[in-house]
Design a protein around this ligand. Structure first.
Ligand SMILES: *Cc1c(COP(=O)(O)O)cnc(C)c1O
Length: 355
């Protein structure tokens, strides 16, 4: 069976060697040696100054929305994974959707200002499939109206924009280290912020609000990751350049062998070093998508309809119509993309789609 992705696993002995350190320390969580070491290594690998690893990529979104959404309206994209909208609603804020750009698939920065009201507190936008939002334009609007900018950068491990980590943009960026993502700790995630004040609030909030053992800085939740998960991260990280070049080769195969007469793919923003995290193709109609999906499924190939549905149509979000996002969401299929996919399989996928 060929799925949309396959988790990259390091040699078991290397994971065991990392886990053995936790045994030796008799220390399994609460920011132990392995978590701190992984944070240090990731900071230099990614080129970021402040980062905290968390138990998944959703909790830091919720913390950010709780702290900076403050129960108000949060402007967001309808084209993302459900966690983006759910975090807003879960934290008793109101999602206000702004449609996407049809080519980049990120929130349409030219439509942002029209969505701002006196209740707007923040913008929560997603860098879709590792493709950066129009960060300069978004931050310009945010600054003008005094809004916080939070990026759901779940797909952005290793992405650079204008030569620096995409995590360095906005007030807060979050990432996911889930097993289906590019770099993973089985379950895990992180947040990144530049302003030490914001970082401080995010940090305390992810650890019950603790300020030392007996004092509490404020309200908090448990967003900590364990040493066992950090052990996975430490054993996956040395393979990242291998992972990236294998994925790049798969994307190059698709680019060379797919017939782009009837399908298109995402347009990667200028000045981006992309991470080949997903390979979406967009059909002319949902009927065409379903026909191709069925043919692929019959051969044991399972691409994923990602992102579907458009989040403004989720019942609890109560969004207005978003024609571009709804159209793209109905017609997008992410093709298998992972280390170890063979050219023969890729050729079969391309042939089925082209025919
Ligand atoms: C995976 C993902 C998340 C959630 O991350 P978890 O680590 O699974 O909690 C959030 N947003 C987007 C866009 C994602 O793809």
């Amino acid at each position: 069976m060929i799925n949309v992705t396959q988790t990259f696993l390091p040699p078991l002995a290397e994971y065991e060697a990392q886990v053995a350190r936790a045994w030796k320390n008799q220390w399994l969580t609460n920011r132990g040696e392995l978590v701190l070491e992984l944070e240090d290594k990731l900071k230099s690998y990614l080129g970021v100054n402040q980062m905290v690893i968390t138990n998944n990529g959703t909790i830091p979104l919720q913390i950010a929305v709780k702290l900076f959404g403050r129960g108000g309206e949060v402007i967001t994209t309808p084209f993302s994974y459900v966690a983006t909208t759910a975090a807003i609603v879960w934290e008793h804020c109101t999602p206000v959707f702004v449609d996407i750009d049809p080519n980049y698939l990120t929130i349409d920065e030219t439509k942002l200002e029209a969505a701002i009201t006196n209740k707007t507190t923040a913008i929560l936008a997603t860098h879709v499939f590792g493709n950066p939002c129009a960060v300069e334009a978004i931050e310009h609007v945010a600054k003008k109206h005094g809004l916080m900018v939070i990026y759901d950068a779940a797909h952005c491990f290793g992405v650079k924009y204008k030569g620096q980590s995409i995590f360095n943009f906005g007030d807060i960026s979050t990432c996911s280290f889930h097993a289906t993502k590019l770099f993973h700790t089985a379950e895990g995630g992180a947040f990144f912020c530049k302003d030490p004040n914001v970082a401080h609030q995010m940090f305390y909030s992810h650890n019950f609000g603790h300020n030392g053992p007996l004092d509490f800085h404020g309200l908090g939740i448990n967003g900590k990751i364990s040493e066992l998960q950090a052990a996975m991260g430490l054993s996956v990280l040395p393979y990242m350049s291998e992972v990236l070049s294998a994925r790049k080769a798969v994307v190059a195969f698709y680019e060379q062998n797919l017939d782009f007469g009837k399908v298109r793919t995402i347009k990667i923003r200028e000045n981006t070093d992309w991470n080949y995290s997903y390979y979406p193709i967009i059909f002319e109609s949902e009927t065409a998508l379903r026909a191709v999906q069925q043919r692929l499924n019959e051969k044991g190939i399972f691409p994923r309809r990602y992102f579907y549905p458009s989040l403004n149509t989720v019942a609890y979000a109560k969004g207005t119509e978003m024609p571009i996002s709804e159209q793209v969401a109905a017609c997008v299929l992410c093709l298998p993309l992972y280390v170890g996919l063979e050219n023969q399989t890729l050729q079969q996928i391309c042939n089925l789609i082209n025919s």
